[in-house]
Every structure is written in C-alpha cells, then in structure tokens.
Design a protein around this ligand. Structure first.
Ligand code: GDP
Length: 310
C-alpha cells in the first residue's frame, strides 16, 4: 500500500532528531555494556528520562523491561532494543485503540474544535487536517474563531485558500460565538461534511478562556446536537514539560478528546508521545512531522516505534 509506505517514511524522516538524541544513546549503551546488568538499567533509565518519556512511564517501562529480560533470559544488551520496542508499543496500546481515530457525525456536519496556545501550530494543523480530509473526499469548511489575536483570521483564510476550502469569518474583535453560529449554519445549509473551528489560545486568563470555550461549545451544540464531535488540543512537542502543563489546564477548562502533537520533527525528545498517553490519558490522534501540507500523520504507535529505531 503506497499510502502506508509514505506515512511510514514520514515517521522515519520526522523522527530523525529523536533518533540522534535518544536512539543513538541507547545504541551507545548497548555497545558499551554488552552484558545486561544493574548499571546498564540505570543508565538506560536516565536516557529515557532525558527523552521526555516521563517519570511514571519510565518507571513502568523499566519494571516491564527487567521482567521481560529475566523471562526471556536476555543476557546480551544487543537484544534489549527489540524488547524496548515491543514494550513501547504495548504501553501505548494499553488504552483503547479506537480512540486514536477521529469521531464523525452519523449525519450532518462533523464539527472539530481546535484548541491550544498561540504558536504551537494550531492554524497550520487546521490547514493540514483540512487537506487530509479533503483528500479523503470530504467537503470541509473552516471557522475563524480566533477573533482576538491580530492576523489570526487572515492566516486561517490563507490556509483555506491554499487547500481550497471556504473560511467563515467576521472582523477582528467580534464575538467568537457569533462566528461559530454563522459557520455552523453555513455548514448545515451547504451540506458540509466537516467544519473545523479555530479558537483563541489565551491561557493567561483561564476564566476567560473557559467562558469563551464554553460559550462556543454551547452555540455549536445548540445547532448540531452531539457537536462538537472532537475537541483537539494542539501541543508543541518541542516544549516538553510546558506542553504537559498546557494539557492539564485545557483538560480542566474543556473536554479534550484528542491531542495533535506538533513539531515532533523539531525535537530530539520524541518520548513525549508516551508521557502524554500515560499521564494525561488522552489519545494522541495526530502528529506533526514537518511543515509541509502532508506532514500531519495519524498517530500510529507501530510506525512511531519503527521511526525511533529505523
Ligand atoms: P498557531 O499560533 O498555534 O496557530 O501556530 P502556527 O500554525 O502559526 O505555527 C507556528 C509555526 O510552527 C509555523 O512556522 C509552522 O510552520 C510551524 N509548525 C507547525 N506545525 C509544525 C510541525 O509539525 N513541524 C514543524 N517543523 N513546524 C511546524
């Protein structure tokens, strides 16, 4: 399957920094120790922690590794890598797998709300997602719900034009809920399959953010029962612990159904995928592996692990 091959290749390319930062360190360890012993485990733990895998996940992984190494009677460090790969996939897939796919409305427009702090790649992600859905044969519309940040409306509009989909917008400073109302009505009347809504990304004022997102939510749900079908949170993989804090905050103010982890290609600490899964219990639905339109890929733990050790 050509598409699957291309996607796997994207993972391999996109994770090259992580391979130099993380995988090569594991390889060094393997070469240096040869025999699996306690010192080896300790250094391995350190490498995992440095790759943003997250404390809890590292502890869990190390426990499982020790167990597997004993059970399979692995003595030689060169066999440890395959055990690590297996365990990484297992840990990731321990949750509900279907959760990593997008939920679509049974009839009428599917509404996807994009949330996230400014600069994480939210607008770019909307453009890429619109392109992806369009390629699948769906009709797509955008809603310029970030009426606060200067230039946000135009930026979204430019993406819309590039992809060839309409953007519903009002002037800067207008009420985001009013934009959403217009957009939802337009999507319904024009039989649009998917409406992707941008939102403001002000985290400085949590109460404002919560009020705004709740209002937007209400307006959408009133027009389309069951909507929004997805609330996707964009997080920047290069920001490590900050991304985790943002996720916690957004989880408190709205019902996040999935995460888009952007700029995974820009970090050597690609282990953050695992930390998010384990600590927040929100599925990573897409990863950003570059700046091009087709660099947004559905998250796939198998391809991810392949990319780590390719
Ligand atoms: P927003 O403020 O959250 O809407 O952020 P933008 O969508 O404007 O993106 C900010 C910058 O991040 C832009 O320069 C994008 O090209 C870049 N960007 C977004 N996603 C990715 C990605 O997956 N990989 C890389 N390398 N850059 C990205």
């Amino acid at each position: 399957n050509v598409e699957e091959e291309q996607s796997t290749e994207k993972y391999r390319e996109g994770l090259s920094k992580t391979r130099t930062g993380f995988t090569s360190k594991i390889n060094d360890l393997v070469a240096r120790y040869r025999k699996v012993d306690e010192d080896f485990f300790e250094e391995l733990e350190e490498v995992l922690l440095q790759a943003d895998v997250g404390f809890e996940t590292v502890i869990e992984l190390m426990e499982e590794l020790r167990y597997e190494v004993q059970r399979q009677n692995v003595k030689d460090t060169s066999n440890v890598q395959s055990v690590i790969s297996e365990k990484l996939v297992e840990i990731y897939e321990a949750g509900d797998q279907e959760l990593s796919e997008l939920t679509f409305a049974e009839s009428g427009p599917t509404v996807i709300l994009m949330v996230g702090v400014n600069g994480v790649g939210k607008t770019t992600t909307i453009g890429k997602l619109a392109q992806r859905l369009k390629n699948e044969g769906k009709s797509v519309m955008l809603a310029a719900g970030d009426t606060f940040r200067a230039g946000a409306i135009d930026q979204l509009d430019v993406w819309g034009q590039r992809v060839g989909v309409e953007t519903i917008k009002q002037s800067e400073g207008s009420d985001p809920a009013a934009v959403m109302y217009d957009a939802v009505r337009a999507a319904k009347s024009r039989n649009i399959d998917v409406l992707i809504c941008d939102t403001a990304g002000r985290l400085q004022n949590k109460v404002n953010l919560m009020n705004e997102l709740q209002k937007v939510h209400r307006v959408i749900a009133r027009e389309i029962p069951g909507a929004p079908h997805e609330v996707l949170l964009a997080l920047d993989a290069t920001t490590g612990q900050n991304a985790m804090i943002q996720a916690q905050t957004f989880k408190e103010v709205t019902e996040v159904t999935g995460i888009v982890l952007t700029k995974l290609d820009g970090t050597a600490k690609g282990g953050i995928v695992l930390a998010i899964r384990n600590k927040l219990n929100i599925p990573v639905k897409f990863v950003g592996l570059g700046e091009k339109l087709d660099d947004l890929q559905p998250f796939d733990p198998q391809k991810y692990v392949y990319g780590l050790f390719a």
